[in-house]
Ligand binder design. Structure first.
Ligand code: FAD
Length: 336
């Protein structure tokens, strides 16, 4: 297989994409895999500590990504050494084997490149980045969700000083306190219901006229005496204030300035997946703009799979790793 082709291109090198790569390698170490994206630019690498990965008590996100990257690199090294060992025994000079391996491998490569477009030609896909283009037999999309480019006034100033971007991760730190959660959708509804267990009073500020969440969440929110939901809140009109830490928040409701005395503000504004680089594939999406998949994570385009939050998977590290791993197993089977 030439340097311009591979068996599988994984687009996204966060914990979903890296888990998929490990799964494919373990299932079939002969498959050539290229991993696109920047591991240290993934959500996990950029955000705080993770405390809910079974078997790992507590780990800083960037360290966890570092471990995954090292694991991927060590698998590659193991394969290369095995290959040199086996071919050397057959009498080929070591230099010749090295040259051959250099041309054909690495079998597992993290490119650190962003993909500009993916197109389909006959039986393969063409992946184009700023620097290269390659042909691949299959693709896994694991590019996660971009953060909504909307900064609430005071957000940067009070991050880790009362402002958090993950209610389920940090909610317990606000036991007995009054808090605000900002956003919409199932993610935020679940977050508010989670906070209910710890916090004295939760105010949910929703930018739309509806929460756009599952009815069961809505019903539970309605029944929660310590949760208040405010709709049509202009995000530009929100201001977090305090001294060393968050002390309160101002917002506009029906042209009137309101003020809440709170200790915590959870900002959970997530965008839809950015799938512009897939536009030529006419891939089937859900009504909300996520990639539609089958139980094996295959999509409407043969040979193209999706894993993690791009297909609206629950945004928890262990689930995303499992989803990436599962996808890797199914793709390895597809390639066989
Ligand atoms: C603030 C915060 C805290 C969190 N804390 C926890 C926690 O404590 N516990 C927990 O279980 N979960 C937590 N989560 C949720 C979860 O762990 C993350 O959302 C997870 O990082 C998602 O992983 P991912 O691999 O799917 O996507 P990401 O981490 O977003 O990775 C996406 C990857 O895709 C790449 N990419 C993007 N576009 C392209 C392109 N065009 N071409 C190539 N590559 C591309 C990026 O470079 C990156 O490598 C948290 C989430 C947030 C936002």
């Amino acid at each position: 297989m030439s340097d311009n082709s591979c068996d599988l291109a994984i687009i996204g090198s966060g914990l979903t994409g890296l888990s998929a790569a490990i799964a494919v390698y373990c299932k079939n170490p002969e498959l050539k895999i290229k991993i696109y994206g920047i591991p240290f630019d993934s959500n996990t690498a950029k955000k705080g500590e993770i405390e809910n990965i079974p078997g790992i008590h507590k780990i800083v996100g960037v360290d966890f990504i570092q471990q995954l990257v090292e694991q991927v690199q060590s698998l590659n090294l193991e394969f290369t050494q095995e290959k040199i060992g086996s071919e050397h025994k057959e009498g080929t000079p070591k230099e010749e084997i090295m040259e051959k391996i250099k041309q054909e491998f690495p079998i597992l490569e993290i490119t650190n490149e962003l993909v500009k477009s993916i197109s389909r030609s006959d039986k393969s896909f063409n992946i184009i980045t700023d620097q290269h283009s390659i042909e691949t037999r299959s693709v896994i999309i694991a590019t996660g969700l971009p953060e909504l480019k909307h900064t609430i006034k005071g957000e940067d100033e009070f991050v880790h000083k009362g402002v958090s971007h993950c209610a389920v991760c940090d909610g317990a730190l606000f036991r007995g306190k009054k808090v605000v959660i900002i956003g919409r959708g199932n993610f935020v509804a679940r977050g508010a219901l989670f906070l209910r267990k710890y916090c004295r009073k939760i105010t949910l500020l929703c930018p739309n006229d509806s929460l756009d969440c599952d009815k069961r969440f809505l019903r539970k929110l309605d029944l929660s005496s310590n949760v208040a939901v405010k709709y049509n809140i202009d995000l530009d009109g929100i201001e977090i204030y305090g001294n060393q830490t968050v002390e309160g928040l101002r917002y506009q409701e029906e042209n009137e300035m309101k003020e809440l005395s709170v200790n915590g503000v959870f900002i959970e504004l997530k965008d839809k997946p950015d799938l512009s680089y897939l536009s030529s594939l006419n891939i089937e999406l859900t009504e909300e703009g996520f990639i539609k998949t089958q139980p094996n994570n295959s999509t409407s385009v043969k040979g193209l799979y999706a894993a993690g939050t791009v297909k609206s998977e629950l945004d928890y590290a262990p689930i995303l790793m499992g989803d990436g791993y599962k996808t890797g197993i199914f793709v390895a089977e597809y390639l066989e």
